[in-house]
Write a protein that binds this ligand. Structure first.
Ligand SMILES: Cc1ncc(COP(=O)(O)O)c(C=O)c1O
Length: 395
């Protein structure tokens, strides 16, 4: 069968291949990117499911508007207001996960050959999704404070990209958080160079101690004109449930209108049932309580992971301690002749009964073969200690 040429630009995720190995009994997995299902607020979601099916069975089981379930759009407007963002309900659309928001941005903005700048490393599915539309993807270097803005500015001037894609808060896979000063500069650069910045923010609520700096979208009030160059992708996946498949896109009106048109051709609309559940859930005022538990649990797991890594792997690895989110981004240092090659390290680790994801696939080009990602989100404290001890034996 002759498939479309666009498939030549993409391949099945290397991470998916790795997941096939995870069925082995006794494996401790730091490989996933899933939230902990034990922390889902099942009681609240159950109450909301029953309420919407009881109160509005017809509409929630019917076709709906492409833009989204109106009570949810209103709920999201209030939710974003708490995060310092002013957006009217008609200034956002509901998407089938934020993954769909990214896909709609790709569909709406990217023509074959267009250049797109992303962080190096970045979310693998975004690299694949933008490549499907023919994007030429350029990675900008990052450090613990997020993307290096001097380098980013140079890359923008050199390549004149169609858009820049950033995960400024508790990045996947980097765990990094863009500093306030860098956020402000990025907004200024967006206005000066008239470049669209896509802010992907599924992890911002998952902070451990201190809330992170305001989102680029919240800060855009302080930088005149910047709101015209910002698209924001939000998601309930990491704070409520990924199975609901509810995300949202906030963007300038023309982009939002085109994304809505493209969504009509994709899935017509996101499930009314799950949108209505999410909307009702927001009115229960349970989210803050549920999030407090998630934050506390993930903070404890991250702390144990950091401690165990230092104890068990010592100078063989370096990492930045994340202040929120779900990931440690680590590098093999090769110190004293120790391991340098994360894919080989991953194979030895699987043999020892512990899994993680080597970092190479998260780079659009020039992969760092010493890097790897560890997720602590779904593993209990004792298992984290045991898993990291097994990693120590795999060096
Ligand atoms: C950075 C980033 N963006 C988007 C997504 C997609 O999330 P959703 O479940 O909302 O589609 C993920 C999921 O892991 C992610 O890590």
């Amino acid at each position: 069968m002759q498939f479309a040429d666009r498939l030549n630009n993409v391949e099945t995720s290397a991470i998916r291949e790795l997941f096939k190995l995870l069925g082995k009994p006794g494996i401790i997995s730091f490989a996933g990117g899933f939230p902990d299902p034990a922390l889902f607020d099942v009681e609240g979601i159950q109450a909301s499911s029953q309420a919407v099916l009881h109160d509005k069975p017809g509409p929630v089981l019917q076709y709906g508007a492409t833009e989204g379930w109106q009570p949810l759009r209103e709920g999201l407007s209030t939710h974003m207001a708490k995060k310092g963002v002013t957006v009217q309900p008609d200034g956002l659309i509901v998407t089938t996960g934020s993954q769909q928001a990214l896909d709609l941005i790709g569909k709406t903005m990217i023509s074959p050959g267009d250049k797109v700048i992303v962080e190096a490393p970045t979310f693998l599915a975004t690299i694949q999704c933008f490549r499907l539309y023919g994007a030429h993807i350029i990675g900008a270097p990052i450090d613990a404070d997020g993307v290096d803005v001097d380098q980013l500015e140079k890359l923008i001037e050199e390549h004149k990209p169609k858009l820049i894609y950033l995960i400024p808060t508790f990045g996947n896979p980097s765990g990094a958080t863009l500093s306030l000063a860098r956020r402000q500069r990025i907004l200024e650069i967006a206005v000066r160079t008239q470049t669209l910045v896509v802010e992907d923010d599924p992890y911002g609520e998952l902070y451990f101690d201190q809330p992170p700096p305001p989102s680029l979208l919240a800060l855009s009030d302080e930088v005149p004109g910047s709101r015209d160059w910002l698209a924001y992708c939000g998601s309930f996946s990491k704070i409520l449930s990924p199975g609901l498949r509810v995300g949202w896109l906030i963007a300038p009106p023309a982009l939002l209108a085109n994304a809505t048109m493209c969504k009509q051709f994709s899935d017509a609309h996101t499930s009314n049932l799950t949108q209505a559940i999410a909307a009702h859930y927001l009115t229960l005022n349970r989210l803050d309580g549920a999030l407090a538990v998630v934050r506390k649990t993930y903070a404890a797991r991250a702390a144990i992971m950091a401690e165990s890594l230092r104890r068990e792997l010592g100078d063989a690895v370096e990492f930045n301690q994340p202040q929120g989110g779900m990931f440690f981004w680590s590098r093999l240092t090769g110190a004293n002749g120790q391991a340098r090659h994360a894919p080989d390290f991953a194979k030895r680790a699987i043999a020892q009964g512990v899994a993680f994801v080597p970092g190479a696939p998260f780079f659009a080009h020039d992969p760092d073969l010493a890097s790897f990602r560890l997720s602590f989100a779904t593993v209990g404290l004792e298992k984290i200690e045991e898993g990291i001890a097994r990693l120590g034996k795999s060096l």
